[in-house]
Design a protein around this ligand. Structure first.
Ligand code: ADP
Ligand code: MG
Length: 685
């Protein structure tokens, strides 16, 4: 249970003054549901203003604070703005300009003849100086100093800066004093403020040390939780699995294994022989050959008298794996079953029976294979494909069936940079398939200006005429799924007009059944062209699809482009990837596209992606998207995570139960950053 001293921080924003249903909605939209979230809603940037005695001292375009006295209110006729003419101490006149509803407040705020302190951006309108919608208008100069550097927060519709700042102020006033969880030596060396001070400072100005400390807290919480999982796992009872090779020897693979595959299999074999359960991540780009590695591990488990299960994220993928494994494992005579949510009645009963009595040695399926109604005679190994769809908490639940914890092999096709691997899979050991099977034809990647659209479509027509299939990935409009969908629908309509029923459309807002149906039509070859938003199913394998067109490629991240391109180049035919680009490209977009042309090495692209995204960051742009962090920026993750990871390891080595003084504080930290699953392992586990 969450420690009591954090309760106030975790109380709902509704408990704050002025928050009713109307404010609640936009706050929730920003993820600000509790006081804690408000306190951690750090400014995106600060406006710096200069106080000037009169307007002669100010530059046009500058953010200033100045004292002005209104002389006259002017409402221009019709829909024009509302203007208040005001003069400074030496007689310069400046218009304070308001549009729309704001003019009502202007009347009250700016009585003629009374001096007002004004903060805003000085602009010029024709010959006249003006400030449009001043940020502050006050009669008293008391609060003035706080205007000189003011936070700018991310907003949602229905919120204003002062509103959000006010609520954050309320939340900050409730911050408890918490004991220090950072190692004192590190704290001193980094000259970091204490937790509470760091939060206060981070909202007050650009304090890199305060921001770093807060980011470090988040990273430490994450590393610590992962480390506790690791420790807990080590202490669990597993079953050592030693195969005699009898089944694996019967495999007749149509190819020799790559060095990376042999090495990974060796590492897995070593883990399986241990009495503590394996927690291993197999990382390998699409097409690197993870399935065979998984098969070898599963066969080993069966040789040792245990059962093995493979979990896939979707029915389609489960079916594909099932077909592949069954074909490959045929010579071994091992019985394999497929179990998904679709199986009902007698068929399902018979599979459940087989798993219970052990007559089925391997099962492939969706979540259905871990439902409570499914019991195994002796489950020794769980393979989880496309790992990143599961959070650590879910992962833990899966492997906690029965008294003996099965070994766990997770597989991901997303090449993650090393630092982020640490953040996401810090509790696991990692095997990397960093060598592609030989004989792959490189994908011919070209960057094409979007105005050659007609040529691209003509090329597509020739391509489809050969009987090969193609993907068309639609422009990413913005963050909004609806707009992405609209763009996809529009492109689908254009292409359908040209290619008729050969075209299918898939996007995130289709019902799952419709999406599956469209995917199946494409996978079976009935449909020739798949138009999609970025949601092309992970791992879907259609070797006959050898052309990929990506529209507005400059808008995608490197990792995403690489993932998308990985859908082609899976067969023996040469594949082509066309990156359509708009007219103007930013420097990093240009670099991204160049890198895509240059290399197909997923690990290299992942590192470059992190570099490009992390490097361009300003203070506090927390677009860390694919990381489990909200406070730490990509740059901070790269700089501070290794430190946090080592620190967490030391702490757990010294005080694994978190019972000492620092351990106690660290426990608070886990709850503060909602790594409850880490903290909960501490009691009995
Ligand atoms: P992924 O890592 O994406 O799951 P797969 O396991 O599906 O990759 O393998 C991709 C393709 O490569 C499959 O057709 C598989 O049979 C083939 N393959 C795997 N290992 C090798 C190898 N060592 N040599 C040649 N082909 C291989
Ligand atoms: Mg795969």
């Amino acid at each position: 249970m969450r420690p009591e001293r954090l309760n106030l921080l975790f109380s709902d924003t509704e408990s704050l003054d002025g928050v009713g249903p109307k404010l609640k909605k936009p706050l929730d939209k920003l993820g600000l549901t509790r006081l804690r979230d408000l306190a951690y809603h750090l400014p995106d940037r600060f406006v710096d203003r200069r106080a000037v005695a009169n307007l002669d001292e100010a530059q046009v375009g500058e953010q200033i604070v100045v004292a002005l006295t209104p002389n006259e209110h002017r409402l221009t006729s019709g829909r024009g703005p509302y203007r208040v003419l005001a003069s400074d101490a030496v007689g310069n006149v400046c218009a304070l300009t308001y549009f729309g509803r704001a003019s009502y407040t202007a009347k009250k705020l700016l009585p003629v003849g009374e001096l007002r302190w004004i903060a805003g951006r000085l602009d010029q309108y024709g010959q006249m100086l003006q400030i449009v919608h001043p940020d502050h208008v006050e009669a008293e100069s008391t609060g003035l100093l706080t205007w000189l550097s003011e936070p700018v927060y991310a907003l949602a519709e229905g919120l204003t800066q002062p509103r959000v700042a006010g609520l954050i102020g309320q939340a900050l006033a409730h911050l408890p004093d918490l004991p220090e969880w950072i190692e004192p030596g590190l704290l001193a060396r980094m000259q970091w403020p204490a937790w509470r001070d760091a939060l206060l400072l981070a909202h007050r100005g650009a304090h890199p040390a305060a921001r770093d400390r807060l980011a470090y807290d988040e990273l430490l919480a994450n590393s610590l939780a992962l480390m506790l999982v690791r420790e807990n796992n080590r202490a669990r009872r597993g079953q050592p699995l030693k195969g005699d090779g009898s089944l694996r020897d019967r495999l007749r693979l149509p190819f020799p294994l790559t060095g990376a595959q042999r090495r990974s299999i060796g590492e897995i074999e070593g883990d399986l022989a241990q009495s503590s359960p394996m927690l291993r991540l197999l990382q390998g780009d699409v097409g690197a050959g993870k399935t065979v590695v998984a098969l070898e591990a599963m066969l080993l488990a069966v040789e040792a008298g245990a059962q093995a299960a493979m979990l896939a994220p979707t029915e389609i993928l489960a079916r594909q794996h099932y077909d592949t494994l069954r074909a490959l494992a045929a010579p071994t005579g091992v019985s394999i079953a497929l179990l998904t949510g679709r199986d009902k009645g007698r068929a399902r009963e018979s599979i459940l029976m087989g798993l219970l009595d052990g007559s089925i040695s391997m099962v492939v399926g969706t979540h259905a294979i871990f439902q409570d109604s499914v019991s195994y005679r002796n489950l020794g190994l769980v393979v989880i494909d496309e790992q990143h769809r599961f959070g650590v908490g879910q992962r833990l639940m899966l492997t906690r069936k029965g008294k003996v914890t099965p070994h766990c092999l997770a597989m991901t096709a997303t090449p993650i940079p090393r630092t982020l691997t640490l953040a996401q899979y810090g509790e696991m050991d990692v095997s990397r398939l960093d060598e592609m099977p030989p004989g792959r034809q490189p994908i011919d990647t070209r960057v094409v200006a979007a105005d050659r659209f007609a040529d691209v479509v003509a090329g597509l027509e020739r391509h489809l005429a050969t009987g090969q299939q193609a993907y068309w990935v639609c422009p990413m409009v913005r963050e909004s799924e609806t707009e992405d969908m609209a763009a996809a629908e529009a492109r689908y309509a254009t292409l359908k007009a040209r290619f008729g029923d050969a075209v299918v459309l898939v996007h995130g807002q289709l019902r799952p059944e419709d999406k599956d149906a469209a995917m199946e039509r494409f996978a079976s070859g009935q449909a020739k062209l798949l138009v999609a938003t970025t949601v092309i199913e992970v791992g879907v394998d259609v070797p006959n699809a050898t052309l990929m067109v990506i529209e507005q490629a400059e808008r995608f991240g490197l990792a995403q482009l690489h993932q998308l391109r990985g859908r082609v180049g899976r067969g023996s035919e040469k594949s082509v990837c066309l990156l359509l680009r708009g007219e103007t490209l930013s420097e990093t977009a240009r670099e991204r596209l160049a890198l895509m042309r240059e290399t197909q090495d997923g690990f290299r692209l992942a590192e470059e992606d992190l570099r490009l995204r992390g490097g361009g960051e300003l203070l506090g742009t927390r677009q860390s998207g694919d990381t489990p962090f909200r406070v730490a920026s990509l740059e901070q993750i790269q700089r501070l995570l290794p430190l946090a990871h080592d620190d967490a390891r030391l702490l757990v080595e010294r005080d694994g139960g978190l019972t000492g003084e620092r351990g106690d504080a660290a426990r608070l930290l886990l709850y503060l950053f909602e790594r409850d699953w880490g903290a909960q392992l501490l009691r009995g586990g």
